[in-house]
Design a protein around this ligand. Structure first.
Ligand code: SAM
Length: 254
């Protein structure tokens, strides 16, 4: 049993230390609460820049027609939608997430855009219910931060990849531009909860967002975590001065 799974083990939920099981329940509460306002808040909080970050991941993923792609913690389906266009009728994209409310929003949005041939699977990233070696490409966008046992999630995604397949992790990270952290802190801890309160009537969830970003492993630490579960050629791409980073790694074993 890994340390993270031993009874009584605690972890962080934002800046609070909580029992492991409590984190799962609280994260579920956050996304149950924000699901209906999730997309509008994303555009507002990032002034639309999250679309550019996602575009970068899509380009770096280099998905080709006929490939099989899994979008883990895919929420309302931004990445899945574009991948489904790229894989074409011979390929497959699976949208998965642990949260039924987020997937419900995703299903509705995809249907609105005419994307109906895309399987949706409710699943925990820590124990994905797919056969070993099922996918050419797996993405997890702004999801890993919320997962309780991140090593388990990385192992589970590694296992679900075909040999030669790639994982792309899009996540908030640590600013690398001098002076940026101070402005970013003001924005995160003052403005984000205020926007959450005014637009989504939910200050606490957006305070959790800011805190969870600070508690997430930085670029080097996450790269090391990927390497220690077996990912090869792990590389980090900083976006917007490191506010966001994309990590890519490959499963290269035969
Ligand atoms: N990928 C989407 C995007 O970029 O817009 C949604 C990101 S949203 C910030 C984070 C998502 O992670 C939520 O939909 C949440 O339900 C999901 N999530 C949290 N913990 C998870 C877990 N253990 N397994 C799978 N999904 C999880």
């Amino acid at each position: 049993m890994s340390d993270a799974r031993k009874p009584g083990t605690t972890t962080h939920f934002g800046f609070q230390q909580v029992p492991m099981e409590d984190k799962r329940r609280r994260v579920a509460g956050v996304f149950d609460s924000v699901a209906s306002k999730y997309d509008v808040m994303n555009d507002l909080m990032s002034l639309g820049v999250h679309r550019l970050w996602k575009r970068f991941v899509i380009d770096l993923a280099g998905v080709r027609a006929g490939e099989k792609v899994l979008d883990v913690a895919g929420g309302t389906g931004d990445l899945s939608r574009e991948f489904s266009r790229q894989v074409g009728p011979r390929g497959l994209v699976v949208l998965s997430d642990i949260n039924a409310a987020m997937l419900g929003e995703g299903r509705r949005r995809l249907a609105d855009k005419g994307v109906v041939n895309l399987p949706i699977v409710q699943a925990n990233a820590e124990c994905l219910p797919f056969a070993e070696g099922s996918f050419d490409c797996i993405t997890i966008g702004f999801g890993l931060r919320n997962v309780t046992d991140k090593d388990a999630a990385l192992r589970s995604m590694y296992r679900a990849l075909k040999p030669g397949g790639r994982l792309l992790v899009l996540e908030f990270s640590k600013p690398v531009v001098p002076g940026l952290s101070r402005i970013y802190d003001q924005y995160s801890f003052k403005l984000l909860p205020l926007m959450g309160k005014l637009v989504a009537n939910d200050e606490d969830s957006y305070r959790y967002l800011a805190e969870s970003i600070r508690m997430h492993p930085d670029q080097g630490t996450l790269k090391g975590m990927m390497e220690s579960v077996g990912f090869a050629r792990a590389q980090v791409y900083n976006l917007t001065g490191g506010i966001v980073a994309v990590h890519r790694g490959f499963r290269l074993d035969p």
